[in-house]
Design a protein around this ligand. Structure first.
Ligand code: FAD
Length: 598
């Protein structure tokens, strides 16, 4: 039986003490009255929903899976999933950060993000059903016609209808330019879509009245490749002019995948047999509209691993204090017991602190990124909107790949804390490892994220956006450079920041002569960049903790924060040196290996 305590104190620390989000939010007209108490109160309730409603059906959902009825093509979700969804809708959680114009509560995106972190901790598989709806909502909000928005957004806001993203086909995953699904224009302005989509999360289920599929397909005269892909809304049930549900559309689930993890999330093969759809945005510009959803989903996937890292840490910590094995190397610690609790052993501590440092660093980055998204869309100053969007574009692949890779390291470490008791199913730890594994794969594998970061976002603009992040580090160095107590946190990021400039130029130069050099360095590069970003947030968190302690606070929260920061810089951050070294060994040792791979 796993436990979960919503990390409200840490969320409040990041939001109100480190990032001071209410000051930023108050500059945005629709959040002018927002205050910390409102945010905290909503998250407290959200934490109860996650811990009391979702956690109890996490394990049972994993064991029960979803079931497809091949005659009716209907999918039944595991016991309790539908009731939990009804509770979620009735309590208004679906509408939390949606626009008031469409019936939403209009709360800041950061509130929704923290709420989702808690749902991901307690039941990632369940959270995917409403989670994808937010991405589909964002794509239609940005690119739908007023009529499409009026038809779909209020129902998606209320949670009565859910959304999907239908990109992948059997022969086309990473390379969406290979897509074959077809869209035939009809006399009435609609389209008939035909094709097979695979691996569609929440592609069919029994939680909502309708499912709004966002489908990529090609028009008859479309140019080849990615530039010939258009986006369509294909609802499971057609929608009548008065908004009521009409005929069943010819879009069906023909198969459910059996998977390593997130077993209660329905991963469906979807057949489109002349299904009726309407075009979203411009013909052949489908990727532009779909990227709104993909970017939202990439942040969401990082948040999934953050949730799993946190819950794995909480459970491993309790276990490490209770489980007694062997004596401490430095002498008996628990004299009244036959052995010491395993938390006395250095390596057990290392595993626990690794998870803690990755969870808390990840939370800071997630919250910062949510605020950038908020500012990009809603800030009144155009310059702030533009700069926020650019910085978020740089950070998105880091959120997606670095947090999910860290989630893999952390959930495995926490399972290891349990020894054999982590490997067996009873303690729930192996489910966290299994559920996290997909996060490194979908929404563009982590390799693809690293190519996006290095190729497009860094070298694509000669490092201009990276320099903008460098300015944040520069400001912190200027502020704290003479503070001796901050030196242990500031010096490493200042040094790495300088090294990154040279490192990036070097790869850029080699890549100019041979593009495989970029492909060979990208994964290492993203991890170095991830540490630079985490290092910056850990330094800022240490700064707040030091100030509180200097002001006389004896709250152990700040001592813990400082100790975790020290651990992070001592034991995790230094891997950047090895990563830069391996990246520099280049592509030759990979590409001249035909004999080895024969
Ligand atoms: C549980 C689950 C849920 C999913 N949900 C959805 C969904 O809701 N909607 C949807 O449309 N899709 C979904 N997917 C599909 C998912 O996004 C793809 O599986 C993923 O994008 C990778 O595509 P692929 O599996 O075809 O792998 P491939 O594209 O065949 O890649 C295979 C390997 O080659 C590597 N590779 C490919 N190209 C390059 C390159 N240029 N450079 C370096 N390495 C490269 C990849 O990184 C990977 O390691 C889901 C998948 C799963 C398993």
């Amino acid at each position: 039986m796993t436990i979960y305590t919503p990390p409200l104190r840490d969320m409040q620390f990041v939001m109100h003490e480190v990032l001071n989000v209410t000051a930023d939010l108050q500059q945005i007209p629709k959040h002018a009255d927002m205050d910390a108490d409102t945010i905290n109160a909503v998250l407290e309730e959200g934490g109860k929903f996650a811990a009391e409603v979702l956690l109890p059906i996490n394990r049972s959902g994993d064991e029960e899976h979803c079931v497809l009825n091949t005659s009716t093509h209907e999918v039944t979700t595991p016991t309790g999933f539908k009731a939990a969804y009804q509770q979620y809708v009735a309590a208004g959680w679906a509408a939390l950060a949606c626009d008031a114009e469409f019936g939403g509560q209009g709360l800041p995106l950061i509130v929704n993000q923290c709420f989702y972190e808690m749902m991901n901790s307690t039941n990632q598989a369940w959270a995917m059903y409403p989670g994808l709806t937010h991405g589909a909502y964002a794509a239609l909000h940005a690119h739908g016609t007023p009529e499409q928005q009026a038809t779909y957004l209020p129902k998606m806001t209320s949670g009565e209808w859910t959304g999907t993203m239908c990109l992948t086909e059997p022969h086309c995953g990473t390379d969406l330019g290979l897509m074959r699904s077809k869209a035939e224009p009809q006399a009435d302005g609609s389209y008939k879509i035909t094709g097979t989509k695979i691996f569609i999360s929440a592609g069919e289920h029994d939680l909502s009245d309708n499912i709004v599929h966002l489908v990529l397909a090609r028009l008859p005269d479309a140019p080849p490749g990615i530039k010939g892909v258009s986006l369509f809304i294909v609802p499971k049930f057609l929608v009548n002019a008065d908004g009521s549900l009409g005929a069943r559309n010819s879009v069906f689930a023909s198969r459910l995948e059996h998977k390593m993890g997130i077993k209660a999330s329905a991963t469906a093969q979807i057949e489109l047999e002349g299904a009726v759809g309407t075009l979203v945005g411009q013909p052949n510009k489908g990727m532009q509209a779909m990227f709104v959803m993909m970017n939202a989903a990439r942040l969401g996937v990082g948040n999934q691993s953050l949730g799993l890292t946190e819950v794995a840490f909480q459970n491993a910590l309790i276990y490490a204090k209770e489980r007694i094995q062997m004596r401490s190397l430095s002498g008996v610690k628990a004299k009244d017991q036959a052995a010491d609790p395993i938390i006395v052993h250095p390596d057990v501590r290392k595993m626990l602190l690794t998870a803690r440092a990755y969870a808390e660093g990840g939370r800071a980055l997630m919250c910062f990124s949510s605020m950038l998204l908020e500012k990009e869309h809603n800030h009144p100053d155009e310059k702030v909107r533009k700069e926020s969007g650019e910085l978020l574009a740089l950070l998105t692949p880091i959120v997606k790949a670095f947090i999910t890779d860290n989630g893999h390291i952390a959930t495995n470490a926490c399972m290891q804390v349990f020894g054999g008791h982590g490997f067996i199913r009873d303690n729930g730890m192996e489910q966290f490892v299994r559920d996290n594994r997909i996060n490194m794969i979908y929404e563009g594998t982590n390799t693809i994220q690293s190519l996006d970061l290095l190729g497009r976002k860094v070298l694509g603009n000669q490092g201009a956006t990276l320099k903008k992040f460098g300015k944040l580090i520069g400001a912190l160095v200027a502020e704290e450079g003479v503070n001796e107590k901050m030196a242990e946190f500031i010096t490493p990021i200042a040094i790495l920041g300088d090294q990154m400039t040279k490192f990036t130029t070097e790869i850029g130069f080699k890549g100019f002569q041979n593009p495989d050099e970029v492909g060979a360095a990208a994964v290492d590069y993203l991890r170095v960049a991830g540490h630079l970003v985490f290092g910056y947030f850990w330094a800022r968190m240490a700064q707040v903790a030091l100030r509180q302690i200097a002001a006389g606070s004896t709250d152990p929260f700040y001592t813990a924060k400082l100790q975790t920061a020290r651990f992070y810089f001592a034991k995790l951050f230094p891997e950047t040196a090895t990563l830069m070294r391996t990246a520099r060994t280049g592509s030759k040792v990979l590409m001249d290996t035909d004999a080895a791979l024969a």
